[in-house]
Design a protein around this ligand. Structure first.
Ligand code: ADP
Length: 497
């Protein structure tokens, strides 16, 4: 089970960039203010970081505006844009280990996950979008009458992007990749919990030849810097990833200011459905991964584990045993599966939800408390006997807390799985292709993973139904978030018509 939490291992990297990145330069906040970013292993300060406010957002938007309206980025050839993005990907790859260390230090996720999965995936995403840069085509339209009609797919302008702390660099890549490939300029606000890695990577984009002002990065808080960006009159498009409640706020700010179009990637309460024919050992392992991956801090976490009654008892026993074996500890140590939660707010919230679970009569199979007495570690926790109307089955917990629910037949589980305001993802575990087809068609979610989970290829679109969001990121679908369509109509002065 959980390894003892020892003295934290010293990261092999130093914080080089802690200012705002505006117009190609690292600068202090106009107010001179800073805020501390904390090590989730200890709650101690890693570094003080410049705290952006509305005047800094104004400066960054002005730089992005100038780079879009007068700079080379939207005007150079698509091939040149592609080459700069590919160079940036090469530089990120070269600095893989430093970037991974920074990500783990600021976020608390296992270093092996950062170094072997996330930074390589960041590189892959940037290369994927570089590939799109010179493949963005308009159409020739067969209109009624003697007209030559074409559509131009043009960049939309200055993109405002607000990202969360759970996957700081992957969320960065999902946002900046398509925006840059299409020729836009950007002001991106990182999450206040994790400002460090994006500054480092943005610097590599500059080194790769990205012109100044094309990618501006603001560290700071939501209600100040984030709100200033969402309501800015000179921002042409807003992309947001975070909680559903904050999604409503930014959508309203966008509407009340200049009606900028908004894409939203919000919360979830994803079902993971284990059918009666399932190989229980495999189902337990995948359901465990679906929930506990990244300390349970995934918007698409499989946080309602529905198990068919025929295999339920065996599943619960084995899910408990698997959680007890989960290796929790300093994320810089090899072989660690789970590090600390991001901060004290999330830590307290998760412990509160564990109490709700107990109070509402769910069976606490294992876990249920913090781990150690320092930092934000939580024991891998499993509840069985969970009912649909309990808060732990309805709300997003965003932590290492698995809730197991029993079901009898497919019609029932479809109805219960869909009975939520969310619709981000679902997992289906079965060997029966008819069962898989019924469930994949019936579930009202943006992604169905059949006999797999959290497969995040750059080409696969991701996004939510219902209150899990609007629009899709990744894949070809993401490009249209960053393009305007211009119809061009010319009369054909052709006497032969
Ligand atoms: P979480 O609860 O997971 O921190 P949030 O939705 O609050 O999720 O945060 C996601 C991102 O949204 C962060 O970058 C945060 O600073 C930003 N944010 C929070 N509140 C606002 C707001 N009122 N306006 C704009 N951005 C915000």
């Amino acid at each position: 089970t959980a390894a003892a939490i020892e003295e934290p291992i010293k990261p092999s990297v130093q914080v080089e960039y802690n200012q705002l990145l505006i117009d190609g330069k690292f600068v202090d906040a106009a107010s001179g203010k800073t805020f501390p970013t904390l090590d989730p292993r200890t709650g101690e300060v890693i570094a003080h970081v410049a705290e952006g406010h509305s005047e800094d957002v104004d400066r960054a938007v002005a730089a992005a505006r100038k780079a879009f309206d007068h700079g080379p980025w939207p005007r150079i050839t698509a091939y040149e844009r592609q080459r700069i993005l590919l160079r940036a990907a090469d530089l990120i790859e070269k600095h893989n280990d430093e970037i991974a260390a920074l990500e783990t230090w600021d976020n608390g996720k296992p270093y092996e996950q950062s170094a072997k999965i996330e930074i390589p995936m960041l590189v892959r995403l940037i290369r994927y979008y570089a590939g799109w840069a010179d493949k963005i085509h308009g159409l020739t339209v067969p209109a009624d009458g003697p007209y030559h009609v074409q559509t131009l797919h043009e960049p939309i302008g200055v993109a405002g992007q607000i990202i969360p702390w759970n996957f700081p660099l992957l969320m960065f890549a999902w946002k900046v990749g398509p925006a840059l490939a299409c020729g836009n300029t950007i002001v991106l606000k990182t999450a206040e919990q994790t400002p460090l890695s994006a500054l480092y990577v943005a610097k590599l984009f500059l080194e790769a030849g990205l012109p100044p002002g094309v990618l501006n990065v603001i560290s700071g808080f939501g209600p100040t810097a984030g709100a200033a960006l969402a309501s800015h009159m000179e921002v042409d498009k807003l992309a947001f990833t975070g909680s559903t409640d904050t999604g409503k706020v930014v959508l309203e700010l966008a509407a009340k200011s200049n009606l900028k179009p908004v894409t939203l990637e919000l919360g979830g309460k994803s079902p993971f459905i284990v059918c009666e024919d399932a190989d229980v050992d495999q189902a337990v392992e995948l359901a465990h991964f679906a929930l506990f991956f990244n300390q349970g801090q995934c918007c698409c976490a499989g946080s309602r584990t529905f198990v068919h009654e025929r295999v339920y008892d065996e599943f619960v026993e084995k899910a408990k045993a698997r959680a007890l074996k989960r290796v929790v500890g300093d994320p810089f140590k090899g072989g660690i599966e789970q590090g600390p939660q991001i901060d004290s707010d999330q830590f307290e919230k998760i412990l509160r939800y564990i109490r709700y679970g107990v109070e509402s009569g769910a069976t606490l199979e294992t876990g249920g408390d913090r781990l150690g007495n320092k930092g934000f570690y939580i024991q891998p926790t499993v509840f069985s006997n969970v009912k649909d109307d309990m808060r732990i089955a309805k709300d997003e917990i965003f932590g290492p807390v698995q809730s197991i629910l029993k079901f009898k037949d497919l019609g029932e589980v479809v109805q219960r799985a869909n009975n939520t305001r969310y619709g981000l993802a679902a997992g289906v575990f079965t060997k029966n292709i008819d069962t898989a087809n019924i469930l994949t068609r019936a579930l009202r979610v943006g992604t169905v993973w059949v006999n797999c989970f959290d497969t995040f290829d750059a080409a696969i679109p991701f996004g939510g139904y219902k209150m899990s969001g609007q629009g899709r990121e990744k894949g070809e679908y993401s490009l249209k978030n960053y393009l305007q369509v211009k119809a061009v109509v010319n009369p054909l002065n052709n006497p032969a018509w």
